[in-house]
Design a protein around this ligand. Sequence first.
Ligand code: NAD
Length: 485
Amino acid sequence: MIRDYVDGQWVSSYGKTSFSIVNPATGKEINQCPMGTSEDVARAVAAAQKAFYDWRQVPVIDRVQYLFKLKTLMDAKVDEMAKCVVQEHGKTFAEARASVRRGIQMVETATGMTTFQQGEHLEDIARGVDCTTLKKPLGVFAGIAPFNFPAMVPFWFWPFAIASGNTFILKPSERVPLTQQIIFDLIEKTGLPKGVMNLVHGGKEVVTALCTHPDVKGISFVGSTPVAKYVYDTGNTHKKRVQALGGAKNFMVVLPDAVMDKSVSTALESIIGCAGERCMAGSVIICVGDETYKTVQERMVKAASDISIGDGMDPNVTMGPVISQQAKDRIKDLIASAEKDGCKILLDGRKDVDHMPGFFLKPTVIAGATEKMRISKEETFGPVVILAQAKSFDEAIAWINRNEFGNTATLFTSSGAAARKFMNEMEPAMAGINIGVPAPMSFFSFGGSKDSFYGDIKAHGPGAVDFFTDKKTITSRWMSDSTVW
Ligand code: NAD
C-alpha cells in the first residue's frame, strides 16, 4: 500500500479501504492506493496552513531555488518516472517520456515567478500620493488530477502555487498514483520546508473534503466534465477560487487544399496517441467536400491499419492499452451506438484483441457520422477515428460551435485566409492550424471553454500567478510639515 506525504513525512492514510492499481497492459494488480478520508485532508490542511505562515515570507528568489533543484533531480530520473507512467497508465515509453519532460518544463517556467509576481506602481496619483498593487499569496491550494497523465498534469499548477508563496495539497487519481511517489521523493530531496507540498491519496471523499475545508483557498481540478462541475459548484459554494478543466470533443476540419498525407498522419496521431486518452485528442474529422472525404477515408484506413498495439515498454509498439476493462467496454459501446445510428465501420478495432491480456483495442475508423449522433457528441477517450462530411467550411465551423465542449479544434489547410477565419470564428479556446495536438506549452495558458472549462483563470503560463495570488492595492501619502496638498 502506498503512503501519503504530509508535513515533510511519509504517513499512512486513515482510510480503511483501498483501490487496486492495475497495469493496463497486463491486467495485473501492481499496488494498492489508499482511499483517504476527511481526516487525511484535515491533517494535510493543518500542515499546509502552518507552513504557509513562514513560506510566504521566504523571498521569492529563495522559493524558486527549490524548483531549480527539483528540475536537476527530475532530469536525472526522467526514464524512471516514464517507466512508472507506462506501468500504471499504459502509454508508450516515448509518450510517457514526453509527458514527464512537459512536467519539467512547468517547473522551469515557474522559476520565472520573480517576474510574474511583480506588482504595479504609480507615483503621484494625486499630489504626494502613490499607489501600489501587490500580488499576495493566499494560503493553502489543492490540486485534483485525472488518470491520463500521471506525471504531467499536477505540474500545471503546483510549481506556480508554491513559487508565489502558497502551500499545496495534491490528490492524484487513485488509478495512477505511483509516479507521484517518485516525484514526492524528489521534492523531499530538494529540502523544501515541511508542509509546503503535501500528498493525499483517495477519491470522492478526499475531493469533497478539499472543496469544503474552510482553510483551503483554491482548487485546481482536471478530469471529466461532470466531476469538474461538481468541484466547481462545491468549491464556489464554500468560497474558494476554482479552476476546473473538464472533458472534450475535439474536432478537426480538413479543407480540400490541405497537404493530405501529412494531414491524415497528423490527425491520426492526435486521435490514437496515448490510446486516445488525451483531453487534446482529435475525435471527429469533418472533411469539406466529396473529394476530401474520399481521400481522407482511404488514407486513414491504411494509416490506422499500420498501428501496432502492445505493452508500452516494447519499442515496436505505437499504441498502448486503455486504462481499464470498464473504459474498453464503454468505448466498444460507443462504437456499437455509431453502427446502430447508421455509420459504416471501415476498420473495427474491437476485433482480434480479446485474446490479449490487459485492456487493448486497435484503432477503429468510423465513416458517415452526423452531428446529432451520440458518437459525434460524447467524449470518446479511446482510439476511434470518426469521419464526417460538410458541404462548406462555414457548415463545419457551425457544427463545432454547436457542440457543448470547447477544448480544442484543428484546421488542416494551406490557406492563410482560411486559417485566420477559423481562429476567429470557432469557439474552442485552443486552436491548431495543421497541428494535431495544439497543447499550449508551459509558458502559455492552457484550458478550454464552454463545458471543457469552468472558471476564469486558466492553467500555467505567466497568468497562472493571478489564480494563486490576490491583488492588494495600497494608496499612501507620507506627511511632513512641509508637505503641500
Ligand atoms: P474523473 O473525473 O473520473 O477523475 C478526476 C479526479 O476526480 C480524480 O482524481 C478522481 O479521484 C476524482 N473523482 C472521480 N469521481 C469523482 C466524484 N464523483 N466526485 C469527486 N471526485 C471524483 O476523470 P478521469 O477519468 O480520471 O480523467 C479523464 C477525464 O479528464 C476526461 O474527461 C478528460 O477529457 C479529462 N481531462 C481534461 C483535461 C483538460 O485539460 N481539460 C486534461 C486531462 C484530462
